[in-house]
Design a protein around this ligand. Structure first.
Ligand SMILES: *Cc1c(COP(=O)(O)O)cnc(C)c1O
Length: 394
């Protein structure tokens, strides 16, 4: 079985490029060039230098001793929370801004939901001195004021999407409209392993630095490159794709993807796509997504903004359907408790997204000698208000 993308842009039954005709030239230009550009030595050199000097890579692979003792297995945390801007997202935006420059684009657009991808995009645009326009739902702009302020400080223009539900999908529609109108000078930076081919593959490759580092780091610490399990939360699936990437074809390494069950899988307020999703098309790719009987996309819910997405990237849909990945969904409550537990046991305040991955140890048992690598996708600073309200800390 092949778990990587094939020449046609599919992962098994999923993927492809289901786009309006007017977007075809933009996506096709990217498709024809992305691998060539990524393989250029000077691209690799610049990408690696920025990951090292600007992002702060390699991020540590930290053996969480007290957490491991509590759960009776060996848990390592891949510390993406220590990346510049506080999460893994910047690995991808650095890669894409270099791609944009190589393709001669000087104007960058992006869509953002909670604002994290908008901030990561505004950051790299400032770094490169490129114009940055971020589309964001009008409701999200109100809900996520600190990230809007960050984007503005970084020099981006934040454009409210006033149509529909005024959230992420409407912002995405606006960004696509912009790209259709500006085909020559503009690159659209997508923030996860979603969207039409080649985006899922391109983003997975940029994020694959995570598992490239884990292999080296585990070899040093455990004398072997392969853990028994890799565990990551899945919103669109980019931090998970990065951690899984170099282990996809190594069946001895178990792959565990963790989704947000929100208030419970069957509560009507969840984002557990593998449990609830059916085949459909979202953001230009065929994948599993939460939808009504007549195919309208269901509004997702999770306490963590980054997991609040009605689909998963096509790689993950394929990992689920083929059985290569084990999918677990975690409720808001269980994630919040796991986040607080990591604070108390290890002195690390995790993003609530990452807390979902940590929560599986309460229900999924591992053997004493198992080596389990969990992607700590981000830090909890951005979630402080949610933690405060939930635990009545103030
Ligand atoms: C955005 C985000 C996620 C979810 O996005 P993926 O593409 O699924 O990785 C997870 N964790 C953090 C900290 C995030 O900011």
């Amino acid at each position: 079985m092949n778990y990587n993308v094939n020449e046609k842009g599919y992962y098994g039954d999923f993927g492809g490029a289901y786009i309006p005709e007017m977007l075809y030239p933009n996506v096709e230009e990217l498709r024809q060039n992305y691998l060539k550009v990524m393989q250029e030595p000077d691209f690799q050199e610049e990408f690696k230098a920025l990951l090292k000097e600007y992002v702060g890579r390699p991020t540590p692979l930290y053996y969480a001793k007290r957490f491991s003792e509590k759960y009776g297995t060996k848990v390592y945390l891949k510390r993406e929370d220590l990346c510049h801007t506080g999460a893994h997202k910047v690995n991808n935006t650095i890669g894409q801004i270099l791609m944009a420059k190589r393709l001669g684009k000087n104007r960058i657009i992006a869509e953002t939901g909670a604002g994290q991808h908008g901030v990561a995009t505004a950051t790299v645009c400032a770094l490169m001195g490129l114009e940055c326009i971020v589309y964001m739902g009008a409701i999200d702009i109100k809900r996520q004021a600190p990230n809007v302020a960050r984007m503005k400080m970084l020099g981006a223009t934040v454009v409210p999407a006033e149509s529909g539900s005024k959230t992420l999908k409407d912002a995405t529609n606006e960004a696509i409209r912009d790209w259709i109108n500006n085909p020559t000078d503009t690159h659209y930076i997508i923030g996860s392993v979603v969207g039409p081919h080649p985006y899922p593959d391109m983003v997975a490759r940029f994020q694959s630095v995570i598992s490239e580092e884990v292999k080296k780091q585990l070899l040093e610490k455990e004398g072997k490159e392969n853990p028994d399990y890799v565990v990551a939360c899945v919103g669109g699936g980019s931090n998970a794709a990065g951690l899984f990437y170099h282990y996809l074809d190594t069946p001895e390494v178990g792959i565990i993807a963790v989704e947000a069950a929100g208030k419970g899988i069957h509560s009507g307020e969840s984002a557990a796509t593998s449990a609830l999703g059916k085949e459909g098309i979202i953001h230009g790719s065929k994948t599993l997504l939460m939808q009504t009987d007549d195919g309208q996309i269901t509004e997702p819910y999770s306490i963590s903004a980054g997991l609040d997405y009605p689909g998963v990237g096509p790689m993950h849909a394929h990992l689920f359907r083929s059985g290569r990945g084990e999918f677990i969904s975690i409720t808001d409550d269980d994630a919040m408790q796991a986040g607080l537990e990591l604070c108390k046991l290890e002195g690390i305040i995790p993003a609530i997204e990452s807390s979902h991955a940590l929560a599986i140890f309460e229900e999924r048992k591992f053997k004493k000698d198992d080596v389990v690598v969990v992607n700590l996708s981000g830090r909890g600073d951005k979630d402080l208000n949610t933690y405060i309200d939930y635990f009545k800390l103030a």
